[in-house]
Design a protein around this ligand. Sequence first.
Ligand code: NAD
Ligand code: ZN
Length: 338
Amino acid sequence: MKETAGPGFVLREVPEPSIRDDEVLIQVRRAGVCGTDVHIYEWDDWARGRCRPPFVVGHEFAGDVVQVGALVENVKVGDRVTAEGHIVDGMCLLCRTGNAHVCPHTKIIGVDRDGCFAEYIAMPATNVWHLDANVSYEIGGIHDPMGNAFHTALTHTEIPGATVLVTGCGPIGCFAVGICKAAGASRIIASDVNPKRLELARRMGAHDTVHPSEAATAVERATGGYGVDVVLEMSGVPAAIHQAFALVRVGGRVQMLGIPAKPMEVNFASEVIFKGITIYGVVGRRMYDTWHQMTRFLRSGEFDPTPVITHRFPLEGFDDAIHAIKSGEAGKVVFEIA
Ligand code: NAD
Ligand code: ZN
């Protein structure tokens, strides 16, 4: 839990959540740990401005349904599930035009209400996503960040045959490499400053894995000097964002997932306008296009995120889990809960 407004988490006994008539209670088996959880742990400016302790942290999970509300029809006790952690109003202009991922009234589990680093979590039944029988709880538990990668890689892009640059090979960048590979990209160049993460990107199918200082040469070699068709910006680091604009081809696309910590300067004339590029800002996962894509890719067997998961901890190991992420030694870190 985040018990008070300050750094760290604490382990506490809390009451089992009660559910409303349109909600279900899920016993959590596996939960992914995310950079957002690190922000909440460290209690940085973003966390201070957004979060209201006390609350249970965590937004990536999978488990079993153990109770359903009186109005719930499509989810049953015993179902193996994960869930979309963004709870939207379903009624606003955005929700009712197929854009619920940018609903202005979004509440996020583990940020704005109790989350999943616990034995049980209450979720609206409409947010529940059923897992295929052969999808493990562990993979179910990382659908949220995998969904970020699917959304970024496959929304308004044409990946088959494309040349792709992925800047930033954190867990989401590594998932994106695997997705582009499965979707038929002809060449995937992945950049990161961390050799451990480049190694993971290579295992996920990147053709070239390079330090950012070598990215321009790699792109030039792979594209005859034109630049890549698509950049997936997955670092949030200003230098990488400038590189994304520099290394995308004229008329190409930059899909922006990484979140810069501070405002940054962009030369719109030279970096964007005269290059005729298209920029797409990624928020969460499209509801539920992204989820269907993700399930189909997993079903096909062409995409396997398993190599990205490097560290597993019990809930009691929360300090170690956060440190594993901060150290840069880890890919995806998960809690094994029950
Ligand atoms: P991460 O911090 O684990 O990964 C970022 C990677 O970028 C790291 O491996 C880091 O070494 C690398 N990097 C640093 N400088 C670089 C440079 N100059 N060039 C290339 N790579 C560089 O993060 P993650 O969990 O994989 O998430 C990726 C980004 O996406 C983060 O910024 C995160 O905040 C953001 N995010 C956005 C959304 C959204 O909805 N928009 C959702 C989840 C995460
Ligand atoms: Zn809405």
